[in-house]
Each structure stands twice: as C-alpha cells, then as structure tokens.
Design a protein around this ligand. Structure first.
Ligand SMILES: Cc1cc2nc3c(=O)[nH]c(=O)nc-3n(C[C@H](O)[C@H](O)[C@H](O)COP(=O)(O)OP(=O)(O)OC[C@H]3O[C@@H](n4cnc5c(N)ncnc54)[C@H](O)[C@@H]3O)c2cc1C
Length: 511
C-alpha cells in the first residue's frame, strides 16, 4: 500500500472498532467527527497530506531499510547520521506549519529505541524480539500507520517504586503470562495524539528492578482494542473548539493537538506484539535509546514553535507600530536566537551520534538531553516576551463574534483598529489569537516543559552523561596541578571518537 493521503488516513481511522472515549461526561462515538478534536484531526490529516506535497515529500518519505520500499519517515528507525539530521529538520519544519505536536513523533522514537534494544536483548538473552519487532514494523510501514508512544504512568506515590505502591496498578504491568501472549493492566497519562493513532506502543516510564520486573514491559496495542478506555483532557480552549465559526477564529489557528488518559483494563497482547516482558535489566537501555531520539526531536520541534511565535509577535508589534523600536527588535532577535539555539543543539545531537551494531543510528545523548533541557526553559522566556508585547490585549481581546458580527462590532472595529496600513481589525484579532494560543491557551508551553520528560529528568540524564572526571583532569592540566599535557590531549581528542555514551552508567540497583 502506498503512503496514505489525509482522506485515506481519515477512512482508516473511521474503520476502527468503536472505542471507549469520554469527554465532559459524554461518550465520544466518533472522534473524527467531534468538534473538540477538530484541530487535532486537521493536524494529523495535514501530516499525511504533506507526504504528498512537492515541497515536503522529500523530507517525509524515506526508503525502508527492511523492504526497500518507500515509507514515511515516522515509521522508520534512524539508521544513519543523515536520517537523524532529516528527523531534526522535519520536526522543526512541521512545527513551523502546525505550531503544535505532529502525533507521529513519539511512535517513531519508540521505533528508533526498540530497534537497537531488541537487537541487544536477543544477543544477550537468545530471545527473538528483534525479528518480531521487524515483522511488526514492516506492517506499520506497509500500512503507513500512526503509532504513538505511551510512557508516562500515573505513578501514585513518587517516592515509592512501582512494586512498593499501595495500589500495584499505579504503573502499567504484566498481570498474566500465557503461552500465546500477555495480559497488561494500568494507565498512561498525557497521551498526545493517542485518539488518532492506529496503535500505541507501551514503553516503561522508568528503569525497573528485578523485584518490579512485571513493570518491565513493552508492546504494541491497536488503539481500538476492546478494554482500552480514554478520557480526553480539557484545555482552556475546548469551549472555543465546540462553538461556531466565530469561536473557531478565537482558537487562533486551525491546527491543534490533544492529550488523553489511557486505561488498559486487562488487555491481552499476543506474543508477536510483545517486545519486552520482564527483562528489567534492559529498561535503562530502552529509556536511553528512546530519549536520545525523543529529546533531539523535543528541541527541534520547540525551535519550530518558537519561530512561529516569533513571527506572530512581529505581526503583533507591527500592528501597533512598535515593531522597529529598539527593545522590541532586541526581543525579537532573542526569540530568533532561541529558535536557532534549540535547532542547533538538536542537529548536533544527530550529527555526533554513533552507529549501533544493529545498524541503527543513536544520537548523542548528552547533546539530546541538553537540547531538551534548554527546550524546557528557553521557550518560556519567549512566552514572557510575547505576552509583554501583546500587552494584555492578546489575553483580553473581545470575542471574534463581537468584533465581526454583533451590535457592538462597528464600535469595536473603530477602537481596536490596527495602526498598520492595510491591516484590518480582523487581521489584528487573528494574529493576537495565534500568539495567545501558543502562549497560554494550548498545551504548547506545557509540552515544552514536560513533553519527553521534564526539566529535572533532562538535567539528571545530562549529568549522567557528563564525564566530570575528564573535565576535572583538563582543569588540573590547565592550571598546572598536573603537567601531563599529553593526557589532556588524549582526553580532548576522545570526543572525535567514541561518543559520550556508556551503558554502564545505567546499572540498575536491586532495591
Ligand atoms: C502537553 C504534554 C504532552 C505529553 N505527551 C506525552 C506522550 O505523548 N506520551 C507520554 O508518555 N507522555 C507524555 N507527556 C508526559 C510527560 O512526559 C510527563 O508529563 C513528564 O515526563 C513529567 O511527568 P512526570 O510523570 O515525571 O511528573 P511527576 O512525576 O508528576 O512529577 C511532578 C514533579 O515532582 C517531581 N518528582 C517526581 N518524582 C520525583 C522523585 N522521585 N524525586 C524527585 N522529584 C520528583 C518532578 O521532577 C516534578 O517536578 C506529555 C506531557 C505534557 C504536559
């Protein structure tokens, strides 16, 4: 089957079995027809259509190393430095189009993580996970499916390990092993795009111990599997989504994403879809492989979002004729620098990666975590500037209906008219709404902090990858405590060889 268009994708989603989806006390029988999910549907259909767009096709379509046929970049693991660079460019470019999540990234990162991981597991344990995984992946590529990654468990008491929780279901786990498969139970929160995915891939949220081996599970589950329930999350904008065409203008853009809570109530998963079951020793490595790609993307997609927000802020500033004033110019410059810094960090994480024995390309973890860490911080400085420059008006602008089609429209259009020649009051409203959407109305800034792990998680992972002993030695040579210049030269030149990556740092303690 060829790569799907948006319409073909829609047909495939409508063909799913009835799903148990809830929002505001009501069951959503057809997610593709529900107004609260309309911007999400626009997003995912556009992602499919861009695969056929002459300007995007080259970025989004790759050759499968498994079949030699064309497949979507999101269904292929990273196999080379060029793949990693392309993934970075795609993440940035699509964020510039959408100003939100693409939904297909997390799944592609689970694919990039599980490919080398299953290879390593088979080599060490004599299992057949890698062949299973490849077979599953070929079907995903052939059908051009959207896969999302389900990591974040509800976690209950954060100071207790999964196996020590009062309620043992606070982390998703295997509750039964059968000859032909496993039964899983648990919940995953903040699941982006999951209602429009064909399948989700369970990945453990943290490293597991031997005692908690039931929680060391990874498997692929069709989103419409009976027994899986979903609760769609609220956003400050969902009432606007469910309103009329004027309310829709107040959303600020046609694209959006969604997050849902996903509950697996004793779901049977056949063996051919299981990629890890109780191999707790390999959970740190899976997280390592996954985050190296996921956090590279997190930096790149935030860079695209920051670019879009910078453009919106420029139009906002021009609408009141402050766009060329010096402090505004320097803030716009800082916004632009932020976008490029995040992009550069992500790109270099891809460039300075290494080739895994399986053939997969693993980005440089330290740089990927550095990109993610900055992505949790820098976009928030930008949001501060946007909100300063839109000066409250962005937050308090009257409704589109009042401006465009009500008893007060004429007065509002006079008093809220932009200072810029040729710009209409509606244009002004639209761009303020776009800035408002990204700066406070949607989950964009929350995703900057949390998507792919929060600030502390990124800092901790970066710390683990830093070689502080090496840095200390360099300082000792530089200040003359140690006069071994050759040792310093050796240490410095190591950067050009082996990457800052060492599985030994992820040894799991028994308790
Ligand atoms: C918009 C959005 C989209 C997302 N999309 C996805 C997705 O598609 N798939 C997915 O799986 N996840 C997704 N996430 C989840 C995201 O990865 C998590 O929200 C993020 O990793 C932080 O969650 P947490 O569970 O670590 O936070 P929590 O555990 O709730 O932590 C809350 C606070 O407590 C601190 N804390 C927690 N435990 C400890 C501890 N033991 N020691 C010290 N401090 C601690 C944390 O650092 C943090 O400050 C998304 C999140 C958001 C906001």
């Amino acid at each position: 089957m060829a790569l799907m268009t948006g319409e073909e994708y829609l047909k495939s989603i409508k063909a799913r079995k009835p799903m148990d989806i809830w929002f505001r006390g009501e069951k959503i029988t057809d997610p593709s027809g529900h107004p609260a999910l309309k911007p999400s549907l626009e997003t995912i259909m556009t992602i499919y259509d861009l695969g056929h767009h002459p300007k995007f096709r080259e970025m989004l379509v790759v050759k499968s190393h498994l079949t030699g046929k064309e497949c979507n970049l999101y269904t292929s693991p990273l196999m080379s430095r060029e793949d990693a660079m392309q993934k970075t460019r795609v993440a940035r470019s699509l964020a510039e189009v959408l100003g939100c999540c693409t939904f297909r990234c997390t799944g592609s990162e689970a694919i990039s993580g599980l490919y080398p991981l299953t290879y390593d597991m088979d080599k060490a344990l004599g299992t057949d996970y890698h062949e299973r995984f490849k077979k599953w992946l070929m079907n995903v590529q052939e059908k051009d499916l959207t896969i999302t990654a389900a990591l974040t468990d509800v976690k209950g008491d954060r100071k207790l390990k999964p196996e020590h929780q009062k309620d043992k279901d606070m982390y998703l786990r295997v509750v039964e092993k059968r000859d032909d498969g496993i039964v899983i139970r648990g919940a995953k929160i903040n699941q982006t795009g999951v209602l429009f995915g064909h399948e989700f891939v369970i990945v453990p949220t943290a490293a597991m111990t031997e005692e908690g081996k039931a929680y060391a599970v990874s498997c692929a589950v069709p989103a419409d599997t009976p027994g899986v329930s979903y609760a769609l999350g609220r956003t400050p904008f969902d009432q606007r989504m469910m309103g009329d065409e004027y309310d829709n203008i107040d959303i600020g853009k046609k694209y959006g994403d969604h997050q849902a809570t996903l509950i697996c109530d004793d779901i049977f998963v056949p063996n051919e879809r299981v990629f890890m079951c109780e191999e707790w020793e390999f959970t740190p490595l899976l997280i390592e492989f996954f985050t190296a790609v996921h956090r590279l993307t997190a930096g790149a997609c935030k860079s695209g979002g920051v670019s879009l927000l910078t453009g919106a802020t420029k139009v906002v500033a021009d609408s009141i004729n402050v766009g060329k004033i010096s402090h505004i110019r320097s803030k716009l410059a800082e916004m632009g620098i932020t976008a490029e810094t995040l992009y550069a960090l992500s790109l270099s994480a891809g460039v300075e990666g290494f080739k895994h024995e399986s053939g997969a390309w693993i980005p440089n973890s330290l740089l990927a975590h550095a990109a993610k860490y900055q992505a949790t911080i820098m976009p928030h400085n930008i949001v501060r500037y946007v909100r300063e420059i839109m000066s409250g008006t962005g937050e308090t602008f009257p409704a589109a209906r009042d401006l465009l089609d009500s008893g007060i429209s004429e007065k509002l259009r006079k008093y809220l008219a932009p200072a810029k020649e040729g710009m209409t009051p509606e244009d002004r409203l639209r761009v303020y709404r776009l800035a408002e959407n990204m700066a406070r109305g949607s989950n964009w800034s929350a995703m900057a902090i949390h998507g792919g792990g929060n600030t502390e998680a990124a800092r901790l992972m970066a710390y683990r990858h830093m070689n502080l002993d090496k840095l200390a030695k360099l300082a000792e040579v530089a200040c003359g405590i140690d006069d071994n210049d050759e040792l310093a030269a050796d240490l410095i030149s190591e950067r050009h060889g082996k990457i800052d990556w060492d599985p030994k740092i992820f040894k799991v303690k028994a308790k």
